[in-house]
Design a protein around this ligand. Structure first.
Ligand code: GLA
Ligand code: ZN
Length: 669
């Protein structure tokens, strides 16, 4: 397993590097990532390259058996470049060009920027191609990761956007028709008339907005490809990855991941002031999303190792928490873990974004904790590599759907990601392993599929879903599905369009609820315990064609009308949930679907705040127990097993205690 940190030797005097390497070695590190922001150090003046310092750092680390992953430094163009060619800088939606001084300020479509990027990447590749201590590349850093989500509205983007549209629609007539530009007199007679969706007092055409999001996403993907092509040509034996950002969704991560050897991502579970304070469930979901990008294990290129913060300091990770996050990552598929960052910077924007060491560079609590993890991982050797997931349940998503909902949330309370997470969370609570995969993924491996809010529908998706159910799968689809075609235009058929026969229903009317409003419903299907409850956000009023009623409203003008249905289709069944039921009702529905599909939870009956993750290898079941709480817990083991961290055996029915923030890994014997 690769285990290490993100290292910035250029921030510290050279005399210190040796000590750093020694301390890293003592912590069990075998890898660092370096140089991803070091363009100005590597090319201090245009065309003058200096790799000396980096060579030296790589060499010192290598003496301690620490390998290097090099970042291409394109996330931070140097001042000389931005001054000479201000057109490389992005323009925001109000037409203002960003200034030099932060990071990620470049336009991915800038020809000039691409040329300079090619130069620095080729130089680095040539310089390190035969260096065996450099094992791989990270391209750029966190594409899209800035306040504007990487969007650019400059003239170059406008010209490229029109080219992109020509490639997609071929003729203006087609574009006009697909976008419905007859509305508000927007018919285009020249390609040059098509605007970027810059700031407006009203709102742009939703089809234009969606295509613009796709275009910007494609721009980063093609910018990444430019670098990949160079690296593959010059360094065919080194791996290439990029550091993704979990649930971040400004770029089509499936496409971005495609040409990479594996996905890496940056995991900051606790950003109380600077961002979201993620629940442990959200962290697991993020890991599962990352694993689903290539349906393959991944790395964590930046794992939180201290309190974060730019302007304010976030709370510190509690004792045991860094270790818990590390094993949580491994449980969900990480095969490389690098902590961000080795030593907290004394200067620059991220002075408060703490690393393993504080600015004084002394070993303290966090270093000691990581060292302990290093010892454990060394002992475990390759045991935790190549673990597989059971692949019984999958949740489907796509970035097109996410963008369409960002453009039009449909209801102010509706948030696609929260909606998605509300289903994931229940599966997670029952220790049902979930894959999160693309709507274009191979569905045939699964028994149960959950496809929340398939707002946009295309024929391929409909076909795949039908095949899945026909062959015996259980599918759950939720409200606001089958509303629009792939160009963000509403269907002229009864809803959920194209899914009517699969779901056996017609949505005859809907009611979008205010944030204070609740609906009332009851479950009345023979296979489920009768239950009354509430729902919010949205109420579809459903006429069953072939489907049977599972739930109906008990109030309002649609009292007694169906809101939840099930339809037999081929060998399987398709369930439609036409509202957002309360957690109790959702629980009941999911439990029923799980039983119906024959899916088994990884582990029965454990305390709620213990996460249990099942992995498999060579016919053996591995179970990770992660205690996210501040309390110690006990679990009763259902089989005799070996515990890998404490190194002891447990007999069947014995009790395993797990301390607060503790971790256990067992395999059953
Ligand atoms: C991101 C970046 C890092 C660093 C941290 C902290 O994950 O990739 O370079 O900036 O955030 O801000
Ligand atoms: Zn631009």
């Amino acid at each position: 397993m690769y285990f290490g940190c993100d290292y910035y030797p250029e921030h510290w005097p050279e005399e210190r590097w040796e000590k750093d390497a020694r301390m890293m070695k003592e912590a069990g590190f075998n890898v660092v990532r370096m140089a991803e922001f070091a363009w100005a150090k590597l090319e201090p003046k245009e065309g003058q390259f200096d790799f000396n310092w980096l060579d030296k750092a790589i060499e010192i680390l290598a003496q301690y058996n620490i390998k290097t992953v090099l970042g291409t430094p394109t996330a931070t163009p140097p001042a000389w470049l931005a001054t000479k060619h201000p057109v490389i800088l992005r323009v925001n939606k109000w037409g203002i060009r960003t200034s030099f001084g932060g990071r990620r300020a470049y336009c991915p479509n800038s020809r000039i920027y691409r040329t300079y990027s090619e130069k620095i990447v080729s130089k680095m590749a040539e310089h390190y191609k035969d260096n065996e201590n450099v094992i791989g590349w990270q391209i750029d850093n966190e594409f899209g990761g800035d306040r504007e989500k990487g969007l650019c509205y400059c003239e170059q983007c406008a010209a490229q956007f029109r080219q992109w549209l020509k490639g997609k629609y071929e003729t203006l007539d087609k574009l006009n028709q697909e976008w419905g530009t007859v509305f508000w007199s927007q018919t285009y007679t020249e390609w040059e008339q098509i605007p970027l969706p810059r700031g407006l007092e009203t709102a742009h055409n939703p089809s234009l907005l969606l295509d613009y999001r796709r275009f910007i996403s494609d721009s980063y993907i093609s910018y990444q490809k430019l670098q990949i092509d160079i690296l593959r040509r010059i360094c065919p034996h080194k791996f290439i990855t990029h550091n993704f950002m979990g649930l971040f969704n400004a770029i089509d991560y499936y496409k971005l991941a495609e040409p990479l050897d594996f996905v890496a991502w940056d995991n900051y579970p606790n950003l109380r002031f600077t961002g979201e304070n993620k629940s442990s469930v959200k962290v697991s979901l993020s890991h599962d999303v990352m694993r689903g990008l290539k349906e393959k294990n991944f790395w964590v290129m930046e794992e939180q190792s201290g309190p974060s913060g730019w302007q304010c300091v976030d709370p510190s990770p509690h004792p045991g928490e860094i270790r818990l996050w590390t094993y949580q990552a491994i449980a969900h598929g990480a095969e490389g873990i690098l902590y961000f960052r080795w030593r907290t910077s004394r200067f620059g924007t991220e002075q408060f974004w703490h690393g393993i060491l504080d600015p004084s560079g002394t070993s303290r609590r966090r270093y000691e904790e990581i060292k302990k993890i290093g010892q454990e991982l060394k002992r475990l050797g390759d045991k935790l590599m190549g673990l597989e997931f059971p692949r019984e349940v999958a949740m489907l998503t796509s970035y097109d759907e996410q963008w369409a909902f960002e453009i039009q949330p449909n209801n102010p309370k509706f948030n696609y990601q929260e909606h998605f997470a509300s289903y994931y969370q229940l599966l997670h609570a029952w220790n049902v392993p979930v894959d999160v995969i693309s709507i274009q993924g191979d569905l045939s491996k699964y028994k149960l599929l959950i496809a929340p809010a398939l707002f946009l529908i295309n024929n391929e998706l409909v076909h795949n879903l039908k095949e899945f159910v026909k062959k015996g799968g259980i599918l759950i689809v939720t409200f606001r599905s089958g509303i629009k075609n792939w160009n963000n235009v509403v269907f002229d058929q009864p809803l959920p369009a194209k899914l009517n026969d699969l779901l056996g229903i017609e949505v005859v009317e809907y009611n979008s609820l205010s944030s204070m409003q609740k609906g009332k419903l009851e479950l009345i299907y023979p296979e489920i315990e009768p239950l009354k409850g509430e729902c919010d956000t949205w109420c579809d009023i459903i006429k069953c064609r072939e489907a049977e009623i599972v739930g109906r409203y008990t109030e309002s003008y649609y009292k007694n009308e169906a809101c939840i249905t099930i339809n037999r289709f081929g060998q399987g069944s398709a369930i439609y949930i036409g509202t957002n039921p309360s957690p109790e009702i959702k629980k009941c529905l999911l439990r029923w679907a799980i039983e119906k599909s024959g899916v088994k939870p990884s582990f029965q009956a454990d305390p709620e705040d213990i996460e249990v993750v099942l992995r498999r290898k060579e016919g053996k079941d591995y179970l990770f127990f992660l205690n996210h709480s501040e309390k110690s817990h006990q679990v009763k083991l259902d089989q005799s097993c070996v515990e890998l961290l404490e190194r002891r055996e447990y007999s069947k029915d014995s009790i395993m205690a797990i301390e607060p923030k503790g971790v256990r890994i067992i395999y059953r014997i």
